[in-house]
Design a binder for this molecule. Structure first.
Ligand SMILES: [Zn+2]
Length: 81
């Protein structure tokens, strides 16, 4: 579970963002931590993020996490590089 942060230090490839729905938008059991690739060149966070599990998120609906915490999305973990 600690691998994501290390992966993000790679000089190439997409930046990996850890996102989770903000509290209150969904039930606590649906607040999985998803991994979304973002262009490394982008200045800011894209308005719509697509996770490796194909789930799409509006930027305003999610919080960005510094590290993996809580319950990770299994599909995102399996599919992320
Ligand atoms: Zn996911």
């Amino acid at each position: 579970m600690n691998g994501i942060g290390a992966l993000d230090q790679r000089p190439t490839g997409p930046r990996l963002l850890l996102v989770r729905y903000l509290p209150g938008l969904v039930g606590e059991t649906a607040r999985l931590v998803h991994v979304c690739p973002a262009p490394r060149t982008a200045e800011s966070i894209p308005e719509v993020l697509t996770a490796y599990c194909s789930e799409r998120f509006e930027r305003e609906d999610v919080e960005l996490l510094e590290g993996m915490s809580g319950m990770p999305c299994t599909w995102c973990l399996l599919r992320s590089p």
